[in-house]
Design a protein around this ligand. Structure first.
Ligand code: GTP
Ligand code: MG
Length: 327
């Protein structure tokens, strides 16, 4: 490491201590800044998280996922109301993968959850992709830890359940609420199997629209086939537009937490997700280093050779790895 790198690392660690102090004291602007550091992969973000890690683990982290337009943000808004009435504080992270097919999500979230600006018990933040979805997942994970350390009783994470990275974002939650809606046809269960599997609770939103009974039955039937060692996911009809069913949803969320909290499950579940995250970051770091051992030109030549079948993918992997290992 160059001395310049060392200096900037020290500065970042010192800055991290300052940010951590401010976050713990409920400073909103500090929260916003640190989340931006995480999004921009500025070292100060991770340096802040390092110091705050011992303070995490108190919040109940709830993931909300489901197809675009299912009513996740409207439901989050009503969940905030219900939890605030119970005297609880709520931090919300609305993840907007700004991919070509979900533009406008940021606006939607802002419009549907904007009545909370004067309430110090609520903090809402949208997060988007600057680069890769994997990078966004990492930043969102950090933001959850940050809101937890800041002392929010609940942390809600909203993400559109379209791809693996988006699903990975909510998988770090203690309780995953899958939001389904009538009118999407039979393929939701089949094609979105990944989402259906991770649900601890199913909210069938837009229950005011025709077809919701059928969706409920379909989900129940699918759940009958599954293995649920200690928790059978409940299916809760909701109308986010009016708040109908939201109290039942909160009750289901709290019941799930109570079950998780027994028999050491919560601690194990959280340890498992942190372990996975450490291993994932480690893998990414190694891959980056391995690729950095090659010039961009040489790498493109190698990919071209692979395409031309002049080298097989396994030998290519060996070649890439051994150059780094020997470096
Ligand atoms: N009829 C009906 N409409 C609803 C209900 N809940 C939400 N909506 C409407 O559905 C639309 C989408 O709601 P959002 O809360 O933005 O949905 P979302 O899942 O957050 O959407 P994205 O974040 O863009 O994926 C809005 O027009 C809402 O007013 C409901 O219970 N019934
Ligand atoms: Mg939304």
């Amino acid at each position: 490491m160059t001395s310049r790198g060392l200096d900037s690392n020290l500065t970042s660690a010192a800055a991290g201590a300052g940010w951590a102090e401010r976050v713990v004291h409920g400073d909103r602007r500090a929260l916003a800044r640190v989340i931006s550091f995480l999004e921009n992969e500025d070292l100060q973000g991770v340096d802040t998280l390092k110091l705050l890690y011992p303070r995490t683990g108190r919040a109940h982290v709830i993931g909300l996922t489901g197809p675009p337009g299912a009513g996740k943000s409207s439901l989050a808004d009503k969940l905030i109301s219900e939890l605030r009435h119970g005297g609880k504080t709520v931090g919300v992270i609305a993840v907007d993968p700004t991919s070509p097919f979900s533009g406008g999500a940021i606006l939607g979230d802002r419009v549907r959850m904007q009545g909370w600006t004067g309430d110090s018990g609520v903090y809402i933040r949208s997060m988007g992709t600057r680069g890769s979805l994997g990078g966004l997942a990492r930043a969102a994970h950090g933001a959850i830890q940050l809101l937890d350390a800041a002392g929010f009783d609940y942390v809600l994470v909203e993400t559109v359940g379209v791809g693996q990275s988006e699903v990975d974002i909510v998988r770090v939650a203690d309780t995953v609420v899958v939001v389904a809606v009538p009118g999407l046809g039979d393929d939701i269960q089949a094609s979105k199997a990944g989402i259906m599997e991770i649900g601890d609770i199913f909210a069938v939103n837009k229950a005011d629209l025709p077809g919701s009974k059928r969706v409920i039955t379909e989900i129940e039937m699918m759940l009958d086939l599954g293995m649920h060692p200690y928790w059978r996911p409940p299916v809760v009809p909701t109308v986010a537009a009016t708040g109908q069913g939201v109290a039942d949803l909160v009750k289901a969320i709290q019941d799930h937490y109570a079950v998780l909290s027994t028999a050491d499950r919560l601690r194990q579940h959280r340890l498992e997700r942190e372990k996975e995250a450490v291993l994932l970051r480690l893998g990414e770091r190694l891959r980056r280093e391995i690729l950095q051992a090659w010039s961009a030109d040489r790498l493109s030549e190698l990919w071209a050779a692979l395409a031309a079948k002049e080298i097989d993918p396994y030998s290519l992997e060996d070649k890439l790895y051994h150059r780094w290992k020997g470096a």
